[in-house]
Design a protein around this ligand. Structure first.
Ligand code: CBF
Length: 830
């Protein structure tokens, strides 16, 4: 460390704020010249975006540094959010809003000959995630930074994020790599000084330590470096700045000179290739475990580097090990980071020399686990032989954790063999499997679900035997939330402005409950008009996007009905498109007078299917085949249009979400843990059509059941219906049968293509209960049409929707985590 007098000198020389637009212009020109090395005759939009981002980044880094200094001095307890995915989207607009400097930057950019809107469009989405889980992590780091909680995210720096989706001429999904880093990334900082060894394979040996005791030690195998990249996360209206630390894999030996000298050029760079592969791609599965060795390697690489980094920081505090959990909280975002439990135990016992029990006490007080799904196919299990091969010492540790846990259970419930089987971390299958979620329950002090119904199902269906062992208190609910900054303030400027004008301040941006005051304006005709004008403008914006990018003209006077999310059987986009075909069939049979009474609709879909998920990809194909027929049927005109927006991502969601009249959240009851897009749509004054599932239920409770269209089987009835279907077969709803007949007639092209999809309704039972729910769905859709024709009623409902959404702020959710799980206090920046 520098001497006191030198420190003062450094402080006096610290860069100043950019006080005027001239300062901002100078800073942009500086970065164009020196960071990008571009001459003023050679500045295009991409360069200008980059220079502007570097300039904004300077402001952020200043806050980042003062935040770190503050944390260094106060040394508070910190929380680390371990998430395989952070679906951040674009950074520039968000940073400008958080720093309250968008207006000044827009003026400066204009003065330099560019437009801010154009520059914002230059930015590639940071798409390091698949769907809800990754976007939730992004909302939580935003809220943590805004609320000044000392929280860091830890993840992986994937060179290619989620693939880019292309819809080919036949209407199928194709995938191409997402080269999101090809123009550089101004929002990250590579930290060459922060790197750790991560080991794989090898064997376990017994060694003597300095005190002459024998210790197990992991030897041999392969090593890689994990190199840190930091992404500053701005808080809104605060000088606090959060951070996400992402790891990139690097080879230990960059170049094998021996091999090179022997003429084996491929071998000379072999290590480099292997290492680079490790963090190259994000697995594109949502709610599905792929069970691949590379995935396990990624998971271990990430948690090992993160824990080494966290331990290094802890050691700097010079506190004794027994205080580790007073200093550190670790949140496991779903099953992907669970190996961290075994890794922390290994680091404490094998490397730091703690006794097993002391180490385990620390581990269980430090970790907490969030479950995001009850779908069995998403709960990771790793085969014991694979684990023994890749992580031999961890496998021993897991066996020991299991043994000691089962011994305790046996003591508590003597002779209960069934219970032992039910809670064992090792599944006795061929080959044996490690049940990662069970390891998480045993190794954490709290387990939470992400919406009220889901948290009940976690207790009832996933971990019932563990309730017996640990009691119910270990299992809690924290309903998800979304950040109002990105999902209203930034995505919907027109609505933002009338809310602020009506409420008289911007307090709602950080205190979302304030929106409740809008209720008193719900019947006010003038306010309703303003409100619906905003919705109309947002629909125009989306219509323009669709026309420019897809060549399809849709009318903003129609009802915009949107379903955007990952394509998955449980989310039932299939039900939606079957409903569209039913609507088309009815339209075709109507005379002109009947047609004149119809509410015109634009049905918009968007979402990616995992590349190996055949049925989901077939749903995309069906949607596009139906769209082709319906959109080209001149007799139908604007009464029905179908649009599949390709490559759905965060930046598109920012345009799509504010434009919905209705959005669909129609999962089979009990399958969608929470959903968060439902919250985004309602926050933006969109009504929803949904099943009694996930957070839909709590949204209904907050906004009032008269403001939501709900239908469908209840979760507790689902098992019986499935059971009956097995015995008696599926009785297809008559309207549904007519729809299927139409598909099978070839009305949407070669019908045989769709056979595997139609078979999911009949062969072996209609697992997702589409037939069961079809009639209720159609009836609700009719109710939607009728209600939409009553403009005053619709406007009132729309206002009531936004007004009731205070609870769903991620600020509330993060506070709950901090209070109920992390025991964390904010560290004020001023
Ligand atoms: O909790 C966040 C989201 O996570 C998922 O996307 C997931 O990946 N398991 C769930 O499917 C969503 O219901 C949930 O909102």
């Amino acid at each position: 460390p520098l001497e006191e007098t030198l420190l003062e000198r450094w402080k006096s020389l610290a860069p100043h704020d950019l006080a005027s637009t001239t300062d901002i212009e100078k800073s942009i020109v500086y970065h164009t010249t020196y960071t990008l090395c571009r001459h003023r005759y050679n500045v295009d939009k991409t360069a200008m975006y980059s220079a502007t981002s570097h300039s904004v980044r300077d402001l952020l880094l200043k806050e980042w540094n003062t935040t770190q200094e503050r944390l260094h001095v106060t040394n508070p307890k910190r929380c680390y959010y371990l998430s395989m995915e952070f679906l951040l989207g674009r950074a520039l607009d968000n940073a400008l809003y958080c720093l309250s400097t968008k207006k000044e930057y827009a003026e400066s950019v204009k003065a330099l000959g560019f437009s801010m809107e154009d520059l914002l469009e230059e930015e590639r989405d940071a798409a390091l995630g698949n769907g809800g889980l990754g976007r939730l992590a992004a909302c939580y780091v935003d809220s943590s930074a805004t609320l000044e909680y000392p929280v860091w995210g830890y993840g992986l720096r994937f060179k290619y994020g989620i693939f880019k989706q292309i819809i080919n001429n036949e209407g199928y999904q194709d995938e191409t790599p997402d080269y999101w880093l090809s123009h550089g990334n101004p929002w990250e900082l590579r930290r060459d000084d922060i790197k750790y060894d991560v080991q794989f394979y090898g064997y376990v040996a017994t060694k003597m330590n300095d005190a002459g005791e024998s210790r197990l030690s992991w030897e041999g195998g392969e090593k890689m470096y994990a190199v840190a990249y930091d992404m500053p996360i701005p808080g809104y209206d605060t000088k606090n700045c959060g951070n996400i630390r992402l790891w990139e894999s690097q080879p230990h030996n960059l170049f094998d000179f021996g091999a090179f000298n022997n003429g084996d050029y491929d071998k000379a760079v072999n290590d480099q290739k292997r290492a680079n592969n490790l963090t190259a791609v994000l697995y594109p599965n949502d709610n599905h475990d792929s069970g691949k060795e590379l995935r396990l390697k990624q998971e271990y690489f990430w948690v090992s580097a993160s824990l080494q980094d966290i331990i290094r920081r802890f050691k700097r505090s010079k506190r004794p090990w027994k205080e580790f959990s007073d200093q550190v909280a670790l949140q496991l975002n779903d099953t992907h980071p669970i190996m961290a439990i075994a890794e922390l135990q290994r680091l404490l016992v094998d490397v730091e020399g703690l006794a097993w029990d002391s180490a385990w006490d620390i581990v269980t007080k430090t970790f907490a686990f969030t479950n995001h799904t009850v779908l069995p196919e998403a709960l990771e299990r790793w085969s014991v032989p694979l684990m023994e091969h890749l992580l031999p010492r961890h496998m021993q540790i897991i066996y020991d954790i299991n043994l000691f846990f089962l011994q305790k259970v046996e003591k508590q419930f003597p002779g209960d063999r069934d219970l032992l089987n039910q809670v064992s971390i090792i599944e006795e299958s061929q080959p044996q499997q490690v049940r990662m979620a069970y390891l998480a329950v045993v190794g954490s002090h709290k387990v939470n679900g992400v919406a009220a119904l889901h948290s009940e199902l976690v207790k009832k269906d996933l971990f019932p035997a563990f309730i017996k062992c640990f009691g119910p208190e270990k299992f809690i609910n924290i309903t998800n939330g979304i950040t109002p900054r990105r999902w209203l303030y930034q995505a919907n400027p027109a609505l933002r402005d009338i809310i602020t004008e009506t409420l008289g301040s911007e307090k709602w941006v950080t205190h979302l409950d304030e929106l409740a005051q809008l209720k008193k304006f719900a019947d006010d005709k003038a306010f309703q008009k303003k409100w619906m004008d905003v919705k109309y403008r947002n629909k125009q914006r989306l219509a323009k996007w669709i026309s420019t990018n897809m060549g399809i003209d849709v009318s903003p006077d129609s009802l915009f009905d949107i379903q955007v999310k990952r394509i998955h059987e449980y989310k039932r986009q299939f039900l939606n498109i079957l409903g569209v075909i039913h609507r088309y069939r009815e339209l075709c049979e109507m005379n002109d007078s009947e047609r004149s009474k119809v509410t015109p609709r634009v049905v918009i879909f968007g979402g990616k299917a995992a590349p190996g998920y055949f049925v989901a990809k077939l749903v995309i194909k069906l949607i596009n085949s139906v769209a082709k027929v319906v959109n080209n049927d001149e007799s139908i005109g604007d009464l029905l249009k179908v649009v599949f927006i390709p490559d759905y991502k965060v930046s598109l969601a920012e345009i799509i979400t504010p434009a919905s009249d209705i959005s669909q959240h129609i999962s089979t009851a009990g399958t969608e843990a929470s959903g968060t897009s439902n919250m985004k749509f309602v926050l933006n004054g969109g009504l929803i059509l949904g099943t009694v599932d996930g957070a839909n239920i709590e949204i209904r409770d907050e906004i009032g059941e008269e403001n939501i269209f709900m239908f469908g089987t209840l979760a507790d009835k689902v098992p019986d219906i499935r059971h009956n279907q097995k015995f008696y077969g599926v009785l297809l709803d008559a309207n549904l049968q007519a729809v299927i007949d139409l598909i099978e007639s070839g009305a949407f092209g070669d019908a045989s293509i769709f056979n595997p999809l139609i078979d999911t309704l009949t062969y072996g039972g209609d697992y997702y209960l589409i037939s069961e729910d079809f009639d209720g769905y159609l009836k609700k859709q009719t109710e939607v049409d009728d209600t939409f024709r009553d403009k005053t009623l619709w406007a009132k409902k729309s206002i009531m929707c936004t007004a009731g959404m205070g609870f769903f702020s991620s600020d509330r959710a993060v506070r709950e985590y901090a209070d109920k799980i992390w025991n964390l206090k904010p560290i004020p920046s001023e």
